[in-house]
Design a protein around this ligand. Structure first.
Ligand code: ATP
Ligand code: MG
Length: 413
């Protein structure tokens, strides 16, 4: 289920004839530019996500120019770059100046943009989204190029210039910029529906959540803690990690499920070497029940093939058998070092590395089974009384919104 959005222009959006702010950020779309008839829907979602990401800088002026979204927060426009570089669905950003639609204004601006940059050669790149403009792109580039040469004594190099100025001729204005700021690409959050991330507080699951969001999934999170047999540290780690990840979607929800008693019960019915896989299956069943209740269409995990004994192909499929929802594993082919690199870049690595007692190792045999037998697991589950256990877990789940400061300290049962 995708999130519905209005596609109409809002009152805060600048229209024709109003005085234009000078500074803008231009957002260019990656994949959604290829989306045919659905493109308007993707763009509307992206626009809504943009307003949410930049809400502290409102009021914003927003203009759509061909495949480009131009956003201004007046004098505070430079501060837009930080939140908007994390806006999923945007592949490229430019800090741009809005000019009157004349070659003279374009030349003066190009000179100003290049004057304090270091380099010996330059190129002017023009693009006309308004084909009625009286100069063609090469003519405008030649005019502005000559003015720059005269003013700054730089050489023209069209193939490998040290410096570039881009001029985009639009309906009512020219946008000029010389910077290219890479965006994260992907699809707007919400465009692929909603999913539940199994979130351990380790290194992998935050990275998996990021890739799920990047493909357009709005994510909720569920963390199974070893409470009451472990401390609250893993829960606090999840709070911190979700606050980091929240910049990609906003209003992130975390369900915390105390899992210690059920793990103890699994050990009590003789799980032995099957404990970890049995426990994973139980987690997955509880996560599915929660996902159904919350109308989430898939589970996401940080599993990597072969990373640990519970992630052999055999065990992954035995765990998957317990799920009646698709299980997405964005990291399945990643090396640990690759995951660590992304975690560092996202700013989650340090938090993930903080010590916390892991509920997975509670009551587990040090010899984990790499080929857990499905029949034996089913017998164990029968002895446990599965339906009731899943119901207890669901009832015990507490909802928190770590990024809005709404957190709860776990109560000692
Ligand atoms: P991570 O994989 O996040 O680094 P980890 O390595 O401790 O943590 P694994 O043992 O690799 O966790 O578990 C594989 C996946 O199972 C996790 O990525 C996560 O999706 C899920 N998972 C493990 N433990 C938990 C938990 N306590 N609560 C929720 N999900 C969990
Ligand atoms: Mg892992």
């Amino acid at each position: 289920m995708t999130e519905g959005v209005a596609t109409s222009t809002t009152s805060a959006e600048v229209g024709r004839g109003e005085a234009a702010p000078k500074e803008w950020v231009l957002l260019k779309f990656g994949e959604i530019a290829l989306r045919g008839r659905n493109r308007r829907h993707y763009e509307a979602l992206l626009r809504r996500n943009m307003r949410n990401a930049a809400r502290e800088l409102e009021p914003l002026s927003v203009r759509r120019r061909g495949g480009v979204l131009a956003v201004s927060a007046g004098e505070r426009t430079p501060a837009l770059v930080e939140p908007l570089r994390d806006l999923l669905g945007v592949s490229l950003l430019h800090r741009a100046v809005c000019l009157p639609k004349t070659p003279e204004a374009a030349a003066a601006c190009a000179i100003e943009l290049l004057a304090d940059q270091r380099g010996e050669s330059f190129a002017i790149r023009c693009r006309r989204r308004d084909k009625r403009f009286h100069l063609t792109s090469p003519e405008l580039a030649a005019y502005v190029g000559r003015a720059v040469q005269e003013a700054l004594a730089l050489g023209v190099d069209l193939s490998e210039p040290d410096l570039e100025v881009h001029l985009e001729v639009d309906r009512h204005e020219i946008f000029a910029y010389s910077e290219r700021i890479p965006g994260r690409g992907g699809l707007p959050v919400g465009s692929s529906g909603r999913a539940l991330v199994l979130f351990s507080g380790g290194i992998d699951s935050p990275v998996a959540a990021f890739y799920a969001m990047k493909r357009g999934l709005r994510c909720d999170f569920v963390h199974f803690s070893g409470r009451p047999f472990t401390g609250p540290e893993s829960i606090y780690k999840c709070y911190g990690l979700i606050r980091q990840l929240d910049r990609f979607q906003g209003d992130s929800r975390l369900f915390v499920v105390p899992f210690g008693h059920q793990q103890k019960a699994l050990a009590g019915v003789g799980a032995g070497r099957l404990q970890i896989v049995a426990h994973r299956r139980l987690m997955v069943r509880a996560a599915c029940a929660l996902a159904h209740r919350e109308e989430l269409a898939a589970l996401v995990t940080g599993d990597c093939l072969g990373q640990v004994s519970s992630q052999t192909l055999h065990n992954l499929s035995v765990v998957e058998e317990a799920s009646d929802l698709p299980m997405l594993r964005p990291l399945i082919g990643f090396d640990k070092q690759e995951v660590i690199g992304v975690a560092r870049e996202l700013g989650t690595l340090e938090l993930s590395n903080l010590p916390a007692e892991d509920c997975c190792t509670l009551f587990s045999s040090s010899l984990a089974e790499t080929r857990a037998e499905a029949g034996a697991l089913r017998q164990l589950e029968e002895r446990l009384g599965l339906a009731e256990v899943v119901e207890q877990l669901l009832e015990a789940a507490t909802l928190v919104r770590p990024a809005s400061g709404e957190v709860r300290l776990p109560v000692q049962p």
